[in-house]
Design a protein around this ligand. Structure first.
Ligand code: PMP
Length: 367
């Protein structure tokens, strides 16, 4: 049988595995930071209506620049981010993964490098690899915060073209203080200057505010966002960025023409009409996230401070074995490969109860 390595694949892909959170069919799935609530029925109706309209024009290519959608996304950011943005500041793509890919195709690539402070979102490194960008694994402190002097040293030493800052961070859950982001931006400008990408996929769940206001006067800063988490629309595949208009012009040099289908644009516009309802679920999930933190600590686990819709908990002598014992009780959590720690996404109150029962038993077993 022919295997990947029998094909003339690029050297840097040899022996590598694709991104793959297990998609197992178990009663309680709390492993991919999805929103557990299905879309409300009136929104489902509205999506069907807008998609029906869009279907009549499917013989034509969609709006290549997604102007209406970007205008509505800019309005959402302006309303929630305490910083005025227009269509010229916003770009959208199929999930923030594609946004990040376009950014690395534009600002990274062969002969260039990108740094992230790990553990962090593993796709940053994988997209770097896919775009031929050299990846530099930057440091994080023992408590999973960014160790600023060490991070500044790493930037000065490697002079990366792109700096990733994920806040709230995945998989650890903690947010990066704005002063740290500003200091890293300054360090990155002094070193090269480089582009700084703040990945705010989970910011709607944060105790603090979005870093959008930092965009003022900083043309090398990009904030990336997604409808996969707070909007409960992971299946839609809609991510977006906010930045200086020059960045929006630059990513258009690499985007595929008509990359956002008319169906995607219509669906996202329908979801944005229901922003208030969807953000109501965010409040429920934040309360459940806080409950998970409190109860996990009461059971005797260590928990990293969380500003996201998930919680990192430990410590386990063997986190993979613990992951399996939780799975044996019908609850799927995530082993992100951070030694000693696992991650659980906030689900519905019932799902979270099932999870807490499972980890209570696992804790008892280990005593
Ligand atoms: N950034 C971070 C930090 C994430 O955790 C995720 C999803 N797990 C993404 C980006 C990508 O999300 P999407 O492509 O669904 O927008």
């Amino acid at each position: 049988m022919t295997g990947i390595d029998d094909l003339p694949v690029r050297d840097e892909l040899r022996g590598k595995s694709p991104y793959g959170a297990p998609q197992l069919d178990v009663p309680v799935r709390l492993n991919t930071n999805e929103n557990p609530y299905p879309l409300p029925e009136p929104l489902v109706e509205r999506i069907a209506e807008r998609v029906r309209e869009a279907a009549r024009d499917l013989n034509r290519y969609p709006d290549r620049d997604a102007v209406q959608l970007r205008t509505e996304l800019a309005a959402y950011l302006t309303n929630t981010g305490k910083y005025p943005l227009g269509v010229e500041n916003v770009w959208a793509a199929n999930g923030s993964n594609e946004v990040i890919q376009q950014l690395l195709q534009t600002f990274g690539g062969p002969g260039r490098s990108a740094i992230g402070f790990e553990p962090s979102y593993s796709m940053h490194a994988l997209i770097a690899r896919g775009t031929g960008t050299r990846w530099i694994s930057g440091p994080r402190g023992e408590d999973f915060t960014i160790d600023l002097p060490a991070a500044e040293r790493a930037i000065a030493e490697h002079r990366p073209d792109v700096v990733f800052i994920t806040t709230p961070n995945n998989p650890t859950g903690n947010a990066v203080p704005p002063e740290t982001v500003l200091a890293l931006y300054e360090a990155a400008q002094a070193a090269r200057p480089s582009m700084v990408i703040v990945d705010e996929a989970y910011v709607e769940f944060s105790h603090g505010a979005s870093l959008l206001p930092l965009l003022a006067g900083r043309p090398h800063l990009v904030v990336s966002r997604t409808m996969s988490k707070a909007f409960g629309a992971a299946g839609l595949r809609l991510g977006y960025l906010a930045a200086d208009p020059a960045v929006v012009d630059a990513v258009q040099l690499v985007r595929l023409p008509y990359h956002l289908s008319a169906i995607t644009q219509a669906t996202a516009l329908a979801a944005l009409e229901h922003t208030d309802t969807l953000l109501g679920y965010v409040e429920q999930l934040k309360a459940e996230r806080d409950r998970l933190v409190t109860e996990l600590r009461a059971i005797g686990y260590e928990v990293t401070e969380s500003d996201a819709n998930f919680v990192q908990f430990g410590r386990f002598p063997d986190s993979h074995a613990a992951w399996q014992r939780i799975l044996d009780r019908g609850v799927l959590v995530r082993d992100n490969g951070v030694p000693g720690w696992l991650r659980v996404s906030a689900g519905t109150p019932e799902e979270n109860d099932a999870f807490l029962d499972a980890v209570r038993e696992v804790k008892k077993e280990s005593e």
